[in-house]
Design a protein around this ligand. Structure first.
Ligand code: G6P
Length: 367
């Protein structure tokens, strides 16, 4: 088993460590080597002829879709509805004309996501699946299936499938932005060139493993943990909280930073760590004031950010995890790595069954 795990103690750590490689595989599959073109067979789906996207998924795949919503709306000016599959299928939402349905599933067998796909057939203009298992039910039943090229994912808590879903979405977003005239050829080459830097940036992020382990050992002593993120980093706050819940059994909540004052700040005391996922961006000064509100109540802030954000954050931050500078577009993919490592090491510190957490299944094929 040690060999299957590539020298790691758990499949989860092996899968976290594989991310520079598998994300590279996604890029090799979908981006031309010179970063001048996209090689993605969408079987006639043309984003110029689509007015709306409807993304449906469960769990971690849902959070990948939520990041994609920020991207599609920002870069391609394409409105996106997003639902968890169990809500979507029973709400029976109306479809706007020229809606593309997108279904995201690592296994391709999640019962609610499959049912949502079946509900959408004949109502959506076309259906597109992002799957890791190409021979799965969802891949077979969708009009078009795009593999996310993560390779087999064994640990119940999803890691590399998430970043491969995001990378596949990122290429789709560039394609959509270009097809809709939101970026020109040069803009497309720039975004694809940025994407080509991802594997190197992720390796760099993995190098923070020891620092994160030390922080995680202290976080593991808490009962509640808060994760904050703003904009495209908000779904990462949700994913960071989900990972921690799933494998360490700590209670964790992800919130958009600006919502802190509307409820979660009531939880803050010196026993409650707040993990802030906040690369430097145009709204970083607002994040700094959110952190100050936490610190003023005795809360400990773990800031995962680039060096510039670290400098601007000033004193009082409990711990810093410094990420490499990265183009804004790539940040949600890059910041998945520290979120995963934090959950992993907290779970190891608590001595839980990391790869097979209690009460959870890798693939939920019944309702
Ligand atoms: C289960 C797994 C999660 C996964 C979710 C959706 O809850 O434990 O890790 O994100 O199902 O699975 P799917 O295969 O559809 O991506």
């Amino acid at each position: 088993a040690r060999i299957e795990k590539g020298g790691h103690r758990h499949f989860m750590m092996k899968e976290i460590a594989e991310q520079p490689t598998v994300v590279g595989q996604v890029l090799d599959a979908y981006v031309s080597p010179d970063a001048h073109g996209i090689m993605m067979d969408l079987e006639g789906i043309d984003f110029a002829g689509i007015d709306r996207l409807s993304i449906v998924a469960c769990g971690t795949a849902y959070y990948a879709g939520l990041v994609a919503k920020y991207w599609f709306e920002h870069y391609a000016r394409l409105p996106v509805d997003i639902d968890v599959a169990s809500e979507f299928r029973y709400r029976e939402p109306p479809f706007a004309p020229r809606t593309l349905g997108i279904f995201v599933s690592q296994s391709g067998e999640t019962a609610d996501t499959l049912a949502a796909l079946r509900f959408s057939e004949g109502k959506a203009a076309r259906t597109l699946a992002l799957v890791n298992v190409p021979e799965s039910s969802i891949a077979r039943e969708a009009d078009v299936a795009l593999p996310i090229h993560a390779g087999p994912e064994i640990a119940v808590a999803s890691t590399k499938a998430f970043t491969c879903q995001l990378t596949t979405f990122a290429v789709l977003v560039v394609k959509a932005a270009h097809a809709r005239g939101e970026i020109d050829d040069a803009g497309m080459v720039e975004m694809l060139t940025d994407l080509r830097h991802l594997p190197g940036l992720m390796s760099h992020a993995l190098a923070s493993d020891e620092l994160i382990r030390a922080a995680a050992e202290e976080v593991a002593e808490a009962r509640d943990v808060l994760f904050l993120g703003r904009g495209q980093m908000f779904p990462l706050a949700l994913e960071g909280a989900l990972k921690l819940k799933e494998i360490s059994y700590l209670h964790a909540e992800g919130y958009p930073s600006g919502e802190l004052k509307h409820g979660p700040i009531a939880l803050v005391d010196k026993a409650t760590p707040t993990v802030v996922l906040a690369p430097h961006d145009g709204l970083f000064d607002k994040t700094v004031s959110n952190m100050q509100e936490v610190m003023a109540r005795g809360g400990r802030v773990l800031l995962v950010a680039d060096a510039r954000a670290k400098d601007q954050a000033g004193s009082g931050v409990w711990k810093h995890i410094t990420m490499p500078d990265a183009p804004e577009f790539l940040q949600p993919i890059l910041y998945a790595v520290p979120a995963q490592l934090l959950a992993y090491h907290a779970a190891v510190a608590k001595g839980t069954d990391v790869d097979q957490p209690r009460n959870l299944a890798k693939s939920v094929t019944v309702e």
